[in-house]
Design a protein around this ligand. Structure first.
Ligand code: GLY
Length: 436
């Protein structure tokens, strides 16, 4: 069986790593891939936005399954193009991908189907946004409608920040057409949980829970990023809340999407906030695996990923197929380039990955790396590496990942030292230090 993985991040490296282990897989290709995957996959110089070129390759190479990592090719219709050519692809089609591609669509969808989500107003002018801000008060959330590379959400705590956000959206227009409409949303305080399910259009198979840490600096300070670290399990979502999320959020979403003529296949990644630690509200949908959540989750997947993805792509999970999970916990720490999430430096030599991987239970997934002219590994993106560890408990997984990240060097390297602290504090509070 021949597999094509589309994307070049840590998430796609983890997918390649897992899929290459599946029985019956003979060839793995990645477009464009990264140097970390090169031992398991043939990397192709095709960008993720080149829908026709990707489909041409899949058709000519008789690819049995294309797994689409990032949201952009999904919203551009890569799955539609592959299906049109009779090829099997994992991920939602263009219409279903609008759950992530348009925040206005997803908010109106949730309101229509009674899915719990913070109230919001759709605003096309600064005047409308000011009126909505006045009615919700501060703090308040501003969201660009379209894809904005993870940068389209501003939480304004103070009037000055709200003023800056309004200028950003309506005067500077930094998000271009993605900011033609915005949501002004009521702020809900609580902890965020990433809840991912695999869907075949009708049924949902939950993946292990994960918790993501979005801010760049320790103590949840500084600007938001694509994700600075994750661990699995999340510890915030107990079994009863998880089953409520399935019953009151995931199933109505799948039913609603089917009723809208947009049946959802692929990963539905529900970004939840737990108000008062209990009541889940949907902050946003993503229509692809989370990054770095996926790195943490796939390291816990016991058994084969391929039948799950194939079932989803074909629109019907095989009877009895269920993901199984290892009891160990996992942690993923993201190492970033100097300046990220703002403008950052590239081309800095990376060393120490082998030393990190020599530690038991450590896996390093590449993201923004490239082969320099002299053949050495250099930085080429904002999020450079994911240093992951699997161990008996969360505390040990986090400590091992931290030790491993400490062995990797490039000029200006940064990683958060407090990933998982919030979860460990909760565990201690719940059960005393015996559980650590
Ligand atoms: N880590 C958050 C995301 O993948 O969107």
């Amino acid at each position: 069986m021949r597999i094509l993985v589309v994307g070049s991040g840590g998430r796609e490296h983890a997918l390649v790593w897992k899929l290459a282990q599946a029985p019956g897989v003979t060839d793995v290709f990645a477009a464009p891939g990264n140097p970390g995957m090169a031992s398991k996959a043939t990397c192709l110089p095709i960008g993720v936005e080149n829908v026709v070129e990707l489909a041409d390759f899949a058709e000519s190479m008789k690819i049995d399954l294309t797994v689409v990592g990032p949201e952009l090719p999904l919203t551009l219709g890569l799955v539609d193009e592959l299906s049109r050519r009779g090829l099997t692809a994992f991920g939602p089609n263009r219409l279903a991908a609008e759950l992530e591609g348009s925040k206005v669509f997803s908010k109106l969808f949730m309101k229509k189907y009674g899915i719990p989500t913070p109230d919001a107003e759709v605003c096309q002018t600064r005047g409308e946004a000011e009126r909505a801000l006045k009615s919700y008060g501060l703090p308040c959330v501003f969201k660009a409608d379209g894809l904005a590379g993870g940068k389209g959400v501003v939480v304004a705590q103070e009037a000055e920040e709200a003023e800056r956000a309004l200028k950003l959206f309506f005067e500077d227009r930094v998000f271009g057409s993605a900011g033609d409409r915005i949501l002004v949303e009521r702020f809900i305080s609580g902890d965020e949980v990433s809840f991912m399910v695999l869907c075949d259009g009708e049924r949902a198979l939950p993946l292990a829970t994960a918790m993501d840490y979005k801010r760049i600096f320790d103590g949840d300070r500084g600007p938001n990023t694509g994700g600075m670290g994750a661990h699995s399990p999340s510890v915030l979502l107990d079994a009863s809340t998880a089953s409520d999320v399935l019953a009151f959020i995931v199933q109505p979403t799948l039913k609603g999407m089917a009723d809208e003529g947009r049946p959802f296949r692929g990963v539905l990644f529900v970004g939840l906030i737990l108000e008062n630690g209990l009541n889940p509200y949907v902050l946003e949908y993503n229509v692809r695996f989370g990054d770095p959540e996926t790195q943490a989750v796939l390291l816990r997947l016991d058994g084969d990923l391929l039948p799950l993805l194939l079932g989803s792509a074909r629109g019907r999970f095989d009877e009895g197929v269920q993901p199984g999970w290892r009891r160990e916990a996992t942690a993923a720490l993201v190492m970033t380039a100097e300046g990220y999430p703002g403008p950052f430096e590239r081309g800095r030599a990376i060393s120490g990955i082998e030393d990190a991987e020599a530690i038991k239970g450590v896996f390093v997934f590449h993201a923004g790396t490239a082969q320099g002219l002299d053949g050495r590994l250099v930085t080429s993106g904002g999020r450079v590496l994911n240093v992951c560890a699997r161990a008996r408990g969360l505390s040990q997984a986090l400590a091992t990942a931290k030790e491993a990240a400490g062995k990797i060097h490039f000029e200006g390297a940064h990683f958060r030292r407090d990933i998982g602290k919030k979860a460990l504090d909760i565990l201690v509070e719940r059960s005393g230090s015996m559980l650590r």
